[in-house]
Design a protein around this ligand. Structure first.
Ligand code: FAD
Length: 405
């Protein structure tokens, strides 16, 4: 039976970052991934243009991912928020909070690809096309029997296996959640005029509509679209031919980018909320979507997962340096305590934002417009919101500050 310190289940962005941060600090790590090697080495587009906050970028830099990602990352320098057709405009300029961009937009497949490149560079074993068939937890170790027949013994198991998380289910950890009855239609568009690094978020009654600045390619300027609609409308829109879809999309985007074209396939994601009742169990820690899945209204799902990865890696590395058991109660409880407030607050805020903005109630419309106007005219409040969006508020693990473990 092979013995490692930490067994990570899932080589998605969060699992891979957790593994890289730990391995760089001398922890012996192995990664198990259900996906096939060909798909992992050349991930296909899933239409998601991911907004990475400044602190997430710093962690990816510390984890060695950013060198692979930077050619595909477009900076967000300005953010414009509008509420439906009301004449309210909230404008965030990155210069109001310093020299750094608010964040970067990167396609999800580039993040996955960078993750795998980094694990390879670090010589971390990734067992692809493999799942855990059975678990045995003893006082001193977690023992996994893999689908390829191998047996692995680890001090700690990290569940980074996404929303369905078979590992979380096997541990009997329940989730709380609900369905928003909305879908997010996502795709990349090409356009004639530059986006000038501005991200647009329009709050419409059916849900938020975002236009996100992406890197240009040889064929021209590009932006990412996140178009939220009621589920049945989303299904109907997705069933339309490209020409009709583009017509509808052009109306929503407006003409400020010139003529638009489709620059990739389109996808629709049903939007749900889910949160694990706890993020630790005997020799087990949940990270990323395995622990929490949220509405993409604020583009925070992966950012939160990156914060999990950074916090867990820090408590494990510090615990190991003190001679503690890396899967023991002291280390795991420190992780859960550290992440509880940030996760709960972010999940609450994104859920609240969607309820507040995705409706036509005249009282709520008036209240939120007054709120937006108040923020627009209060520079300290704007700076505080900006710093939250950049993920630089609170008791941050070292990688989120750009510091090694
Ligand atoms: C439309 C949309 C837009 C979004 N936009 C943003 C954004 O702008 N900013 C942001 O921060 N977030 C955004 N998100 C959220 C973000 O995409 C997710 O939070 C993030 O991808 C989760 O990463 P993860 O590594 O936790 O999980 P995943 O990416 O789901 O990775 C899980 C991995 O585990 C593997 N796996 C599954 N089961 C097993 C098993 N049994 N054994 C081994 N391996 C297994 C899978 O193959 C996969 O590789 C968006 C989401 C959506 C739907």
């Amino acid at each position: 039976m092979e013995r490692v310190d930490v067994l990570v289940i899932g080589a998605g962005p969060v699992g891979a970052l957790t593994a890289a941060l730990m391995a760089q600090a001398g922890v012996r790590v192995m990664v198990i991934e259900a996906g096939e090697p060909q798909i992992l080495s050349a991930p296909a587009s899933d239409g998601r243009a991911i907004a990475l906050a400044l602190s997430a970028k710093r962690s990816l830099d510390v984890g060695g991912f950013w060198t692979h990602l930077s050619p595909f990352a477009e900076a967000i320098l300005d953010i414009q928020v509008t509420d439906g057709n009301a004449p309210v405009l909230l404008h965030y300029d990155h210069r109001h909070v310093g020299d750094n961009p608010f964040g970067w937009i990167v396609e999800n497949e580039e993040i996955k690809s960078a993750a795998l490149k980094r694990l390879k560079e670090l010589g971390i074993a990734v067992k692809s096309s493999t799942i855990v068939e059975s678990w045995e937890f003893t006082a001193s170790a977690a023992k996994a029997t893999l689908s390829n027949g191998e047996r692995i013994e680890a001090g700690l198991v990290v569940a980074a296996d996404g929303r369905p998380s078979p590992t979380r289910q096997a541990a009997g950890i329940k989730i709380k959640g609900w369905d928003y009855g909305q879908s997010a239609i996502v795709c990349a568009i090409g356009h004639e005029k530059p986006h000038n690094n501005v991200a647009y978020e329009h709050f419409l009654p059916s849900g938020p509509f975002a236009i996100l600045p992406m890197t240009a390619t040889q064929t021209g300027y590009r932006s990412g679209i996140v178009w939220t609609e009621k589920r049945h409308l989303g299904t109907a829109i997705m069933a339309q031919e490209d020409a009709y879809f583009l017509g509808e999309l052009s109306e929503k985007v407006g003409d400020f980018l010139g003529q638009i074209t489709l620059a990739g396939p389109r996808f629709a994601y049903p939007l749900t909320f889910q949160m694990a009742e706890r993020t630790i169990d005997s020799r087990l820690a949940l990270v990323g979507d395995a622990a929490h899945g949220m509405h993409p209204i604020a583009g925070q799902g992966l950012n939160l997962g990156i914060r999990d990865a950074a916090a867990l890696a820090q408590v494990v590395v510090e615990g190991a340096r003190l001679g503690q058991d890396v899967g023991g109660t002291a280390v795991l409880e420190r992780y859960q305590r550290w992440r509880r407030f940030d996760t709960g607050m972010m999940m609450g805020v994104t859920d609240g934002l969607n309820h507040l903005f995705s409706n036509r109630n005249p009282l709520l419309t008036a209240a939120r417009d007054i709120g937006l106007l108040a923020v627009a005219h209060c520079p300290p409040a704007k700076r505080l919101f900006s710093r939250h969006a950049m993920g630089v508020v609170g008791d941050l693990p070292r990688p989120l500050q750009g510091l090694p473990l």
